[in-house]
Design a protein around this ligand. Structure first.
Ligand code: CU
Length: 135
């Protein structure tokens, strides 16, 4: 009887551990699944190379769940920061720094109001900039 209970506890612990791993896998797997889970997910591939973004314009639908796949090919860190306008006083989203020659994935919700917003790299705010369009 005691042995059976012990086995049950071990089994429960195993299930919990397995469950945690499963969640992580699900979290990693979901971005690659292009099937819209929330219905409005948009994947943006952003590349930084030669102290420049690969695009100066990113357009998404209002309120989209943006999956930002950031690849940094430079030897220094960059990031992606979104602001209401070029004055960059009011932030909407700011990613962590992406280190030299590494990649990261970020998620944020796009503004629901259509219009032109502003993005930049906060490390190089004068040279690495672009327009984020909600349309
Ligand atoms: Cu930068």
């Amino acid at each position: 009887m005691v042995r059976a209970s012990m086995a049950a506890i071990l089994f429960a612990a195993f299930l919990l551990a397995g469950c945690g791993g499963g969640d992580e896998q699900a979290a990693e797997a979901s971005p690659t699944a292009t099937a819209p889970s929330g219905g409005n997910e948009v994947v943006i591939e952003l590349l930084t190379s030669g102290f420049a973004f690969n695009t100066g314009r990113i357009a998404v639908p209002p309120g989209a769940m943006v999956v930002l796949r950031f690849r940094n090919e430079d030897g220094v860190s960059h990031n992606f920061a979104l602001y209401t306008d070029e004055r960059a006083l009011e932030g909407i989203f700011s990613s962590e720094l992406v280190g030299a020659r590494s990649s990261a994935e970020f998620r944020f919700t796009a503004p629901s109001r259509p219009g032109e917003y502003f993005f930049r790299c906060n490390v190089h705010p004068d040279t690495m900039t672009g327009t984020f369009v909600v349309e």
